[in-house]
Design a protein around this ligand. Structure first.
Ligand code: NAD
Ligand code: ZN
Length: 372
């Protein structure tokens, strides 16, 4: 399948291309020369992590150097702990020592961790320089590399410090996904399923037909799933680029319980996507109890998640702690829990739900048959 180019247009921002295709990493340098914001950069900083660098740094660097760029690189430790003030500080100091200026750019080669960190340091160093995203996980291709959220974590919580800055260019070279561990693959599939359910019948039923192929990583299906997710996310972000108009919130479908699961089970115990899948099942369960979500849709969604390798978790969040955690969700207004719930595929509502109803539903959800 030839590479696909998606033109992302966000009001008030420069537009940018997202390129999706097999083995396009080798063309990164040439592509960057065609992107106005980075075409003339005297120097580029390539950031990657300790898992990605041994696999793909040489290819990315050769391509950029081959296109005439001066390139320096930094490798951070793989894992969420690199999205920290300490690591951001080290990268800023290195940028200063390397003599990078605002006419230079950062190239983030890695998953969402490197993507968020690289974009954050780029958007803050010297008050902002461009970032090129080269996502290497399924999650970062379908979600984090597009949309312009950057960030690092604090001890008090994830993503508490960050900026909004759209990338100059996104290169999703899907061949790199062949080395992604199974757990990370399923994690990305969770976000693909979320996008499909809240987008449209067309995406949802296409994914049902192609779930097994996506799980097996069949190239054409993988590329199409990524493109569909990017088109969907770009459309949402175009309506609400800074998450201030109450539109972008529905990208949070399944995330209310997911965030509580991740925090209470200990970050990293379950992948984000696996927690999102559990949260989607709960949202459908809750929606059904409230008479909003058709039971048939809850079943179909459950079967889709199973087919993608996202089984029900073998762990239950303690009730009172889960309620407390969900109360810290960003959607909470005036202490009232709010859930993104489905009326149908592609038709959602942001609903205030009483604490007692949520607690009762959660208890029944955990007691219910694992098929949910
Ligand atoms: P990650 O970046 O930690 O990558 C997961 C693991 O896979 C890491 O160990 C990494 O080294 C490894 N890896 C990456 N690419 C690989 C490859 N091609 N082959 C082999 N191993 C590879 O995690 P992630 O799931 O990509 O991203 C999670 C982060 O994304 C979180 O910090 C989350 O907050 C953030 N995020 C941001 C947004 C946004 O809009 N900015 C959206 C969703 C998630
Ligand atoms: Zn998510």
């Amino acid at each position: 399948m030839p590479a696909t180019r998606i033109d992302v247009q966000i009001p008030g921002e420069h537009g940018y291309d997202v390129r999706v295709g097999d083995a396009i990493l080798a063309a990164l340098g040439r592509e960057c020369r065609g992107v106005q914001a980075v075409a003339q950069c005297p120097q580029l900083l390539l950031i990657s992590d300790s898992n990605v660098a041994p696999l793909y740094l040489a290819c990315a660097k050769d391509s950029l150097v081959g296109a005439g760029y001066k390139v320096c690189d930094i490798t951070v430790d793989a894992g969420e702990s690199s999205k920290s003030i300490a690591v951001a500080g080290e990268v800023w100091e290195a940028m200063a020592l390397l003599g990078l200026g605002r006419d230079c750019a950062v190239v983030s080669l890695g998953g969402g961790v490197v993507g968020d960190l690289g974009a954050f340091v780029a958007s803050t160093f010297m008050r902002g320089m461009p970032v090129v995203q080269v996502p290497t996980t399924l999650l970062s291709m379908v979600d984090s590399s597009v949309g312009g959220k950057t960030g690092i974590n604090l001890a008090a919580g994830k993503n508490l410090v960050g900026t909004f800055m759209q990338p100059a260019y996104v290169c999703a070279s899907t061949d790199v996904l062949s080395t992604l561990p199974e757990r990370e693959w399923a994690c990305g599939c969770g976000e693909v399923a979320k996008s499909a359910v809240i987008d449209s019948d067309d995406f949802f039923f296409w994914l049902i037909d192609n779930a097994e192929a996506l799980r097996r990583r069949e190239q054409a299906v993988v590329d199409e799933a990524i493109c569909r997710c990017i088109v969907f996310k770009a459309g949402v972000v175009a309506q609400d680029k800074t998450e201030s108009r109450g539109v972008r919130e529905y990208l949070n479908y399944g995330h209310t319980l997911a965030h509580a699961i991740e925090a209470l089970s200990g970050y990293g115990t379950y992948s984000h996507g696996a927690a999102v899948a559990e949260g989607m099942r709960f949202a459908a369960f809750l929606g059904t109890r409230l008479g909003l979500t058709p039971a048939e849709l809850a079943d179909t969604q459950g079967q889709l998640l199973d087919a993608l390798g996202l089984a029900r978790l073998d762990w239950r969040a303690p009730l009172s702690e889960a309620m407390e955690c969900m109360k810290r969700d960003k959607k909470v207004r005036g202490g009232q829990l709010r859930f993104v719930l489905l009326r149908d595929v592609g038709d959602w509502a942001l609903l205030d739900v009483d604490d007692q109803d949520v607690a009762d539903a959660l208890e029944s959800f955990y007691d219910a048959a694992p098929a949910l």
